[in-house]
Design a binder for this molecule. Structure first.
Ligand SMILES: Cc1cc2ncn([C@H]3O[C@H](COP(=O)(O)O)[C@@H](O)[C@H]3O)c2cc1C
Ligand SMILES: O=C(O)c1cccnc1
Length: 353
């Protein structure tokens, strides 16, 4: 692989088998029947191999919310108006959004990256400005973004990971009114599934609204049918049908894995970004933990395509990284058990068969 190839063309490292073996041995030595801590055991073993240390930790959690607007909002595909994207950026940094509260509660670092909003925003402390354009073009009638814009969005994700040096876990959140439409479009193209299967109410469309969203998606897939026919080409699919924040998430996930930072994937939109990124680099899959299954109906299909069994099913459907934040305590508990339990030998307890 040439050193000058873009970062998304580089495969993440594989997990170190020595740490996997040591982790399994340690779990077998702890004072409990083998396997009795269920998935918490494998979580700790995987984190140990990802972090390349015998005692894994997720004390330093970095949450980055990527925000961007979507031209497809012109089609009336969301229950909320487009200006909410920018208004929520202010809410994130003012500390009032769900992810702001969860980040504070976890002692996690929260960064907000503005990739481009349709309504001008006053400059605000605490928002990283990485504006690509005032939102994407309307994916129902044109390519959502140019190749250059796609590369800028992927790179914005990578840049956010570079600012996260030392993080023990990366969570990517998103904010963008209309982005369940863009994510559904990308997933339809990559999975060759119909909009009826992958579109959902998002922020709260009623049955008529959902029928309209499905019709818009059919039009978009028809408009981009030549791209869609090459579903093994995730970059053209992202450019035609995606969003800046979806592409930035894909870039961030790849960059996190390349720098050996484990990723905890949030809901529907983040999972579609993970799907696109694993199509680019299948080795990414070893670095992903899936936090929850969102109430957005298409999420189950996307998770199945990723062969992912999420940790939680809480009927959450917010995005922002909120479902991933909700799962962080489980990862912390898995590490604490792995690191602090006594062994049979140390505690003088007889082993079973
Ligand atoms: C106040 C508010 C806060 C949010 N935080 C995340 N989303 C979520 O909802 C949006 C996607 O749904 P749709 O495709 O139906 O527009 C995204 O911004 C997503 O992050 C929000 C939505 C709203 C209204
Ligand atoms: O699952 C998600 O990420 C989601 C679902 C609905 C609206 N926004 C985000």
């Amino acid at each position: 692989m040439s050193v000058s190839s873009p970062f998304w063309r580089q495969s993440p490292p594989s997990l170190n088998p020595d740490f996997l073996r040591q982790g399994r041995q340690r779990q077998a030595s702890l004072t409990k029947p083998a396997g009795s801590l269920g998935r918490l055991e494998q979580l700790a073993i995987t984190l140990s191999a990802q972090q390349q240390r015998p005692r894994p930790a997720v004390d330093r959690v970095r949450i980055v919310v990527f925000a961007a607007d979507h031209g497809v909002c012109a089609e009336g595909v969301s229950a909320f108006p487009q200006e909410v994207t920018g208004q929520m950026i202010a809410n994130f940094v003012n500390g009032g959004a769900a992810i702001s509260v969860l980040a504070r509660h976890l002692g996690a670092e929260l960064e907000v990256v503005n990739l481009g909003t349709a309504h001008p925003l006053p400059a605000r402390d605490g928002v990283v400005m990485a504006e690509i354009a005032p939102g994407t073009a309307n994916l129902a009638t044109a390519a959502a973004m140019s190749e250059e814009q796609l590369q800028a969005a992927l790179s914005a994700g990578r840049d956010a990971v570079q600012r996260a040096a030392g993080a023990e876990l990366f969570i990517g959140g998103e904010m963008g009114i209309g982005n369940t439409t863009a994510a559904a479009a990308v997933a339809c193209a990559l999975l060759d599934l119909a909009p009826e299967v992958l579109a959902g109410p998002g922020t709260g469309l009623d049955a008529d609204g959902l029928r309209h969203k499905v019709a818009v998606l059919h039009r978009a897939l028809q408009r981009h049918r030549d791209t869609v026919a090459e579903a093994d080409q995730p970059l053209p699919v992202l450019a035609s049908l995606g969003g800046f924040e979806v592409a930035a998430l894909a870039g961030a996930f790849l960059a996190a894995a390349q720098t050996r930072i484990p990723v905890l994937v949030d809901g529907f939109i983040a999972s579609v970004a993970a799907l696109a990124a694993t199509r680019l680099q299948p080795g990414l899959a070893e670095w992903l933990h899936f936090a929850h299954q969102s109430a957005e109906p298409g999420h189950a299909r996307v998770l199945a395509a990723l062969d992912a069994d999420p940790l939680l099913r809480l009927n959450m459907r917010l995005g922002e990284g909120s479902g991933a934040a909700a799962a962080v305590p489980l990862l912390r508990q898995a590490c604490a058990l792995h690191n602090q339990m006594a062994s049979f030998q140390d505690a003088g307890i007889s082993k079973g068969q």
